[in-house]
Design a protein around this ligand. Structure first.
Ligand code: GLA
Length: 379
């Protein structure tokens, strides 16, 4: 945590060798400022990470949230490609999880119930009759402790949150560290490390809404998406998986080759009707525990390409179906229907109640780890 007495403005120069100076376009740097205050007076800090190519991520310690991400188009013009707010109040009041780390459980748990070691736990119900994204006050609604990591030679920020035993109904005190690193390969890399003092469940994810056009009045329907998956976990009308795996072949869920998101989003299809568009988990081909490519997202107008890699088994693709203009975002722009999309890497939804999906139990002797990378380039 940064003390306000430090005036909170400093720059870490992470590149000092001569070779490094010759190659660089911009000095990689990291600065911190006070972004604003919560209603109880606590300060929210904003960290600005810039890599050699000038890609800039602004991350706040409230919700461990990526607030803006400047990346170049095919002509080198920088634009912000993630939805968010200009003020702390926006994040404190917001309901869309813009840019945040969500958890303890990213996604849904049916009826908010699960059993662990023979005991049943009841979590907060906050989405119809189900539990979503950690409950009423999930990881997106708490202040994390930030620490600048200067030893990696890259702009890197670690955020830590200690979630007390019983929070939102979850057992065990969980300590989660999320490290954001901006690499020279134009990657925003996210490393998670979680521990607990009692058996519990943990499945955090990153909830950025991307619009690679950089113009947030544009819909994301012309973005082309490719997902490295042959199946999805179909859901019921409450968006809880049925437990089956459905082949994407001959369905609007087939993104095995680059396809415009809008091409089939209004097709008559039960899954699309339940999700009000795309709001489903794809079963990635990745080998468990190994970071591999999960998806590519391309925006033809700007030429921006984003490649998502992860070691997680699932990818929730959400096409911003609940955006309705009520969220007033950065620069006063009201985020309309489908003007941002999420690609959330995680274990499958409702895994605690679906043994066939594996296990996301975390025990005191174990360490939860996840690595997810969003890499930017142009075509
Ligand atoms: C996830 C869910 C969606 C929705 C958004 C937040 O992506 O799957 O149904 O809740 O978060 O609005």
């Amino acid at each position: 945590m940064i003390r306000s007495s430090l005036v909170c403005l400093f720059t870490l120069f992470l590149c000092s060798t001569e070779a490094c100076q010759i190659n660089r376009k911009v000095q990689p740097s990291m600065t911190a400022t006070v972004f604003g205050k919560l209603s109880d007076g606590r300060e929210v800090h904003e960290y600005t990470l810039t890599n050699r190519a000038g890609i800039t991520a602004k991350i706040i310690d409230y919700g461990a949230t990526v607030r803006s991400l400047l990346v170049p188009d095919r002509n080198g013009k920088m634009a912000d490609v993630v939805l968010g707010y200009d003020s702390v109040q926006g994040y404190a009041d917001g309901t869309a999880y813009f840019g945040a780390i969500v958890g303890r459980y990213g996604n849904r748990i049916g009826k908010g119930k699960f059993q662990l070691d023979g005991k049943e736990y009841q979590l907060t119900i906050n989405d119809g009759e189900n539990h979503l994204h950690g409950g009423k006050i999930g990881f997106n609604k708490v202040l994390w402790a930030g620490k600048i990591l200067s030893d990696s030679g890259k702009p890197s920020l670690q955020l830590q949150y200690v979630s007390p035993d019983g929070e939102e109904g979850y057992p065990g005190t969980v300590t989660l560290k999320v490290t954001y690193t901006l690499t020279d390969n134009n990657e925003l890399r996210i490393d998670y490390e979680g521990t607990t003092d009692k058996p519990t469940i943990l499945n955090p994810t990153q909830h950025s809404y991307f619009n690679l056009s950089g113009v947030f009045t544009n819909k994301i329907l012309d973005h082309q998406l490719m997902i490295e998956a042959d199946g999805i976990t179909p859901v019921d009308k409450g968006l809880i998986p049925t437990g089956q795996i459905l082949s994407v072949a001959n369905t609007p869920m087939d993104f095995r080759t680059h396809t415009a998101i809008g091409a089939r989003i209004n097709d008559p299809n039960e899954q699309l009707a339940f999700g009000k568009g795309y709001d489903h988990n794809w079963v990635l081909r990745n080998k468990a525990g190994q970071v591999g490519k999960a998806a590519e997202l391309y925006e033809p107008g700007s030429g921006r390409l984003m490649i998502v890699s992860t070691d997680q088994p699932g990818l929730q693709f959400y096409s911003g179906n609940f955006l309705d203009g009520s969220a007033k975002g950065k620069n006063g722009v009201a985020y309309q229907h489908r003007t941002g999309l999420c690609l959330e890497t995680q274990a499958f939804p409702d895994t605690p109640n679906k043994p066939q999906f594996g296990s996301i139990t975390l025990r005191p002797e174990q360490v939860y780890r996840q690595t997810t990378i969003y890499q930017f380039s142009t075509r």
